[in-house]
Design a protein around this ligand. Structure first.
Ligand code: BES
Ligand code: MN
Ligand code: ZN
Length: 506
């Protein structure tokens, strides 16, 4: 979607739908808010009429459409709820609700009157950014396999009007940044939504190489032979079951903007399809496991955003990609596998494969790049979804500063993260009788934290944050209903905006 800024008023008459926010009105609010007076004028008083009939109440998700008698498009009023409670997230959601409501209704361009979205908790720059983000993300659909489509909004403009004209330069910077972010989210969603027959580990390697070419980044794709040389036993074991789609480890490097910048390694779980392997999953909902690569694809997205936003840190993305399917060459329960770096893993359930592939990628990233921080992103456990639902990601970290930085970034992006504890109890659980660690236990508690304790044994003292994004990384037709309108059915690219914002370090 094209995102733009215009110094004029949203009622100029060249926009298919000009949108204003309306905060919830109290029982005694009789007169039309000042921010709607221009809308009232261009509709010949129709806004006042609707207001007086109490058709417009400013409740969340309320959308009122009024057609201009001069035929120059529509005026849309979107409810924002109680003004004192409004945040940038309120505005982001409202903008997305608007573009979703306009889908297939003959509106190509939408314009937002900035001043009507500003409140005590939403300064103009935050409102401008949230408006275009919400519009661009809310309009997203995965259309690759649709032979027929309904046209949607293609261009969203923030109108400053006389109220905000003087802030033009600062607001333009925020809108440019939001364009980069949302375009990256769209790119990430498009790759993550590809089904497993297309998005094989090799294909993810090709996507990374193409990205590297476009953005002038160094990219390496390690095939099975190279993985064997590197002794990446985890990725080779998990990927060994698929003769059609062999595993890959992909390394992408963004050199960093500032000389003094730190090195941050991002490690992603890239299981292109997780059938469970020999410990096979039940059939219902198994199709969702094409989204088990979302961590790895998010890492590519974050590196893309980091390069385009020219963040100060050097950023290394390491993607552990494999297809987990049963066959005569699959790894089995009972096997012992040696990870890069030598640590041994007893495999007790081949469906706990994410931690096994991540063991190589984490150790490799730390060994080769000596990063100041490691952040891994993984659709790691069903237990994460049980614990936090499908809107919130879990954060587990051995470093309070890193954790705090990610939590603060998450507040800015509206992607909820919740920190979870890691204790010696979890560490005890993952010890193996015959190897260094085991990938599964018979103790059916805190599965998310057992997985985290397993990963922790591969990061040593390096400041580390683990994002288990199993729930929030994709939505289904059923869960999408309860999500904010800027989400979509399928991959959400969860954590891309948050980690990219963290790397900006503002
Ligand atoms: N990819 C799954 C986790 C998952 C579940 C992601 C639901 C997204 C939605 C992971 O590989 C897995 O199968 N985990 C098992 C681990 C168990 C065998 C210890 C799980 O959570 O059931
Ligand atoms: Mn699994
Ligand atoms: Zn998995």
């Amino acid at each position: 979607m094209k995102l733009a800024l215009d110094r004029r008023d949203a009622t100029v008459g060249s926009i298919d739908a000009s949108v204003s926010g309306v905060f919830q009105r109290g029982e005694k609010d009789e007169s039309l808010p000042r921010t709607l007076q221009k809308e009232d004028a261009v509709t010949g008083g129709l806004v006042t009429g609707a207001w007086n009939r109490r058709e417009i109440r400013g409740r969340k998700r309320e959308i009122t459409v009024i057609h201009r008698p001069d035929g120059k498009g529509r005026v849309l009023l979107v409810g924002l709820g109680v003004r004192a409670e409004a945040t940038h997230e309120t505005v982001r959601r409202a903008a997305a609700e608007v573009v979703k409501a306009l889908k297939g209704r003959g509106a190509r361009t939408v314009g937002f009157r900035l001043t009507s979205f500003v409140a005590e908790g939403v300064p103009s720059d935050a409102a401008a950014e949230a408006l275009v983000e919400g519009a661009a993300l809310g309009a997203y659909e995965f259309l690759r396999y649709k032979t027929k489509t309904d046209g949607g909004v293609e261009e969203a403009t923030v109108f400053l009007g006389e109220e905000h004209g003087r802030e033009e330069a600062a607001l333009r910077r925020r809108i440019d940044r939001a364009s980069t972010m949302t375009e990256t989210v769209v790119w990430t969603r498009d790759v993550a939504n590809l089904p497993a027959d297309v998005a094989s580990p090799e294909r993810l390697g090709e996507e990374a190489l193409r990205l590297g070419k476009d953005l002038d980044l160094k990219v390496q794709v390690f095939d099975e032979k190279k993985l064997a040389e590197l002794k990446c036993g985890g990725i080779l074991a998990v990927g060994g079951g698929s003769t059609a789609h062999p595993p890959r480890m992909i390394v992408v490097e963004y050199p960093g903007g500032a000389r003094s910048g730190k090195t941050v390694a991002l490690v992603g779980k890239g299981i292109t399809f997780d059938s469970g392997g020999i410990s096979i999953k039940p059939a219902p909902a198994m199709g969702e496991m094409k989204f088990d690569k979302c961590g790895a694809v998010a890492v590519l997205g974050i590196v893309r955003a980091a390069a385009l936003l020219k963040v100060p840190s050097r950023v290394i993305g390491v993607l552990a990609c494999a297809e987990n399917v049963p066959s005569g060459t699959s790894y089995r329960p009972g096997d012992v596998v040696r990870s890069y770096g030598g640590q041994t893993m007893e495999i007790l359930n081949t469906d706990a494969e994410g931690r096994v592939v991540l063991s190589d990628a984490l150790s490799y990233a730390i060994d080769k790049y000596h990063p100041d921080e490691v952040i891994d992103l993984a659709t790691l456990t069903g237990a994460q979804v049980v614990a936090l639902g499908d809107d919130t990601g879990a954060l587990i970290s051995n470093d309070d500063r890193l954790a705090q930085g990610l939590l603060e970034a998450s507040k800015r992006t509206g992607e909820p993260l919740w920190r979870m504890p890691l204790t010696d109890y979890h560490r005890e659980l993952v010890k193996s009788d015959i190897a260094d660690v085991r990938n599964h236990t018979e103790i059916p508690v805190a599965g998310m934290l057992q997985a985290a304790a397993f990963l922790e044994t591969f990061v040593g003292k390096t400041p580390w944050a683990h994002l288990d994004i199993a729930g929030a990384s994709y939505t289904t037709a059923t869960t999408r209903k309860w999500q904010p309108a800027y989400q979509c059915i399928g991959a959400t690219a969860f954590a891309v905006r948050t980690v990219a914002t963290y790397l900006e370090g503002r």
